[in-house]
Design a binder for this molecule. Sequence first.
Ligand code: FAD
Length: 287
Amino acid sequence: MIPGSFDYHCPTTVDEAVALLGEYGEEARAIAGGHSLIPMMKLRLAAPEHLIDLRRIDSMRGISRDAGSIVIGATTTQAEIIVSPVIAADLPILSETATLIADPQVRAVGTIGGNVANGDPGNDMPALMQCLGADYVLKGPGGERTVAARDFYEGTYFTALEEGELLTAIRIPQPPAGIGWAYEKLKRKVGDYATAAAAVLLKMDGDTCSFASVALTNVGDTPLFAAEAAEALVGSKLDAAAINAAVAAAEAITNPASDGRGPAEYRTKMAGVMVRRAIARARNRAA
Ligand SMILES: Cc1cc2nc3c(=O)[nH]c(=O)nc-3n(C[C@H](O)[C@H](O)[C@H](O)COP(=O)(O)OP(=O)(O)OC[C@H]3O[C@@H](n4cnc5c(N)ncnc54)[C@H](O)[C@@H]3O)c2cc1C
C-alpha cells in the first residue's frame, strides 16, 4: 500500500515546527520515527497533506538530569534509551520496557515522544510514564504547558494534545534509592504489541511496602493507572492476601477488546498475571 501524496517540511527549531502546524492546521501532522504514522498512512487511515518532520530539531533530542528529574527529549529513540548510562543508573525500568518494544529496526527510529503522543493503548511507554508519575511538556501557539501522563490519555488516539501542539520533552521524577521495579509484558511473539502488560514500582521499609505504583498496557481504551492496586500493597508485607487484592483491583479496571490477542476475559486475567509477576520481580529488586 502506498500513502497519499504530501508535502514534507523539515524545521530545525520547535518554534518553526509549531508555526508550520499552525499554518497548515488539520492538514498537517508531526512525524518523528514514522513507525506508527506511516503504517496508518499506508492503510489510508491517516492522509495528512503536510508532514512536519521533528528529527532535525536538536533541542528535542537527548537525555539529561535536571533538579531531581530525568528529562528526555521527545525525539530520543528507544535505541538511545536502551544504551543511555543515565537511564541505566536512574531509570532501569525504562530500558527494560524499551527492550520489549517491537524489534531492533523499529527501536532504532521509533521515538519515546511518538510512542507516548500516539494515543494507541498498545504502546508500552504510556503506562510506564503513568507508573513513574511523568509529566509531558507541550508547546503550542499559546506557549508551553505541562500535563501529567496520568491526565493525558482520553481515549484510543485521543489525548490532551491540542491542535498545533507538540510534545517536546518528558520529565520523570527520579525514583527514590532502593526502589524495586519491573515491566512484565505478555506477547504472542517477539515484536508483537502486548496481550497485556504491567509496570510496577515498589519501595520496602524493612519487610513492609512503603510505596507502590502500578499501571497497565493494552487492556483498555487508554493506558490504565491502577491506583487501588497500589493502595492494596502499601502498608502490607506483600503477603498473599495483599498481592491477591492488588491483582483483583488491577483486573477490575480493565476493559480490553476481544481480538487476535484473545478474548477479553483472558486478557483481563493476563493483566492480573502480569501484575503478580511484576510485583514479585520488583520485590526481589527492592533494597
Ligand atoms: C512492527 C512494529 C511493531 C511495533 N511494536 C510495538 C510494541 O510492541 N510496543 C510499542 O509501544 N510500540 C510498538 N510499535 C510502534 C513503535 O514503537 C512506534 O515507533 C511508536 O509507536 C511511535 O513512535 P514514532 O517515533 O515512530 O512516531 P510516529 O509514527 O512518527 O508518530 C506517531 C504519532 O504521534 C505523533 N507524534 C510523534 N511525535 C510527536 C511529538 N513530539 N509531538 C506531538 N505528536 C507527535 C504523530 O503525529 C503521530 O500521530 C511497533 C511498530 C511496528 C512498525
